[in-house]
Write a protein that binds this ligand. Sequence first.
Ligand code: NAP
Ligand code: ZN
Length: 366
Amino acid sequence: MGVQDMQIFNPVKAILEKDAVKNHKSLMNFSGKCALIVTGRNSAKKTGALYDVLDVLKEHGKEWIIFDEVTENPGFDLITKGLDFLGSKKADAVIGIGGGSPLDASKAISVLHANRNSSFEDIYKNPNLEAVPVFAVPTTSGTGSEMTQYSVLTNKDNVKSGFTNFNTFPKVSFVDPKYTLDMPWNITLSTAVDAFSHSAEGYMCISADSYIKNIAENSMKAVKENLENIKNKDSLELRTGLSFGSMTAGYVISHTGTVLPHSLGYGLTSEYGIKHGLATFLFIIPVLKRLYDKNIKFDFVNNIFGSLKNMENYFDKLEINDYRVKISDEHIDLFSERVSKSGHVLKTPGNFTKKDIEELYLEVSL
Ligand code: NAP
Ligand code: ZN
């Protein structure tokens, strides 16, 4: 068997298991005394994830400070608020509990806390700045932030943009699917199609090798099989399948990054409030169709769905298109300019031009 050149790097210890925090409490440990816990308003408490973490910290004799104000699509102001909240106190670890927003916020706070004189500009420029150890306890199953070195923030101009920092790969990720059991359908759908998009985009990425494609295909299969069944009847087994899909998709993008659909979706989230996963997924099939027209095809489509048409039908049944909005001409112009200059385009096969990108926005707009 011929083997192509490749590079693999992902240092996250990740545990996918019911009661992961309690069963692996020795891993929720760090040198020093105090952890900063970063969460959103409600779900860390409602799911019980916060209390599982506090029980373990208590057993280890640690102290903690809770910053529970993270909102969706965290912005620079929110990160500054978290740092101000910490003030002169020292955090020896940052524990993110929640969806991708608290996990990404915990990574940004971790880097800026470790480098008190650094600015947001610095963290976007230097992917090797020191960071306080990050632990992740996801309560959604989609972003894969529990497996990545990325944090996506909204900047001062209301533009979503991710930074990379190799020291923010979580030290340990405790992925307990029980936290996702009561997640409402709209969040389940949005996060599941985010995971699917990560693996689909990782697979499409021009640098993807056969090892990554193999993991991406298994990840998409898990999302597809479990998502359609959850719509009818929820269970821990199905939720475990979605958490697996999310983690493995995160592992995929930790190697490839995301490609065109993610950068197309960012504007719809910032300017139209469409949830990140849905905003991205709206572009997956339009982008695939354009690539197929250029005879650039991907085995995962046939292996999982049988054909591109079947794939489209599968997602139509989940009513993804109900989330489309009318995108204004001004925004189409602004977003197309921005996306055509993004690094995502260079990693996408098919040489998409600004005109192609405008057409994709027109196709997705109502
Ligand atoms: P989210 O923005 O973290 O949370 C969305 C909503 O879901 C919040 O209202 C949250 O409530 C709620 N929620 C969380 N867990 C819940 C549960 N178990 N049951 C019920 N409600 C729950 O959603 P997300 O989709 O996970 O994260 C999206 C963010 O991640 C975006 O900013 C996106 O850009 C980013 N992202 C990052 C990466 C990466 O590699 N770092 C990859 C993809 C996306 P509370 O506010 O109460 O917590
Ligand atoms: Zn995403």
